[in-house]
Design a protein around this ligand. Sequence first.
Ligand SMILES: Nc1ncnc2c1ncn2[C@@H]1O[C@H](COP(=O)(O)OP(=O)(O)O)[C@@H](O)[C@H]1O
Ligand SMILES: [Mg+2]
Length: 236
Amino acid sequence: MLEIRDLIVSYGAIEAVRGVTLTAAPGAITAIVGANGAGKSSLLRAITGLAPIKSGSVLLDGKDITKLPASRRAELGLAHAMEGRRIFRQLTVEENLQLAWQFGRRRNAWADALERVFVTFPILKDKRRVQAGLLSGGQQQMMIVSVATICNPSYLLLDEPSLGLAPIIVQEIYTFFTERCREDGTTVLLAEQMAALALKVSEHGYVLRQGRVVREGPSKELVDSGLVAALSSAYL
Ligand SMILES: Nc1ncnc2c1ncn2[C@@H]1O[C@H](COP(=O)(O)OP(=O)(O)O)[C@@H](O)[C@H]1O
Ligand SMILES: [Mg+2]
């Protein structure tokens, strides 16, 4: 179980996360929805050790990891598919995957890990020797989620996996991690501006606004309450 307690993240004078408490239930998908600037990415980055935590705590299976360096958190099985497709653009698809596997917590053989990626996303097999920077946006996102999951993480943080992608690709990416979650029992924390999308696949959801949780509940209840429509109109 992943638990966040009274978390405050600040960049100098800017408080991006202002006292968030949430729980990601084991083996389930938990959604964090909210408009641009709500603090979703800061929250995920704080969990993996990449954003400055001012106060509060992050607990993994009851263990306080708030002060551990990012590398130690990764060793504990925490993986983060970051917003904005951060990849090594000059390296090939296979090199990107291999780096992630080498520096991750290896629990599976390289050949098996690679095969699993290629079975899931055959296009990445075709493009294995192509520089990652030359892939389409959708292919890059497939690689990002594959890089994040290649070491079979126990916890997967996904930051806006749908951003800028065609609906059919979004569907493919979503199918990938929902199946991963079901098959491997991975605990997923999914940050999305597209509330409808995230609440459809998640069990529980939190709505962030200006760094605070303003609503939470079973995703179905959040959808039924008209929240999605309210959030969508807020974006316009
Ligand atoms: N590295 C940073 N330095 C300063 N301010 C930041 C930084 N990253 C994010 N912010 C600010 O923190 C707030 C929350 O941003 P962010 O966590 O990216 O929200 P979201 O992912 O929901 O769009 C915004 O006001 C943003 O401008
Ligand atoms: Mg963000």
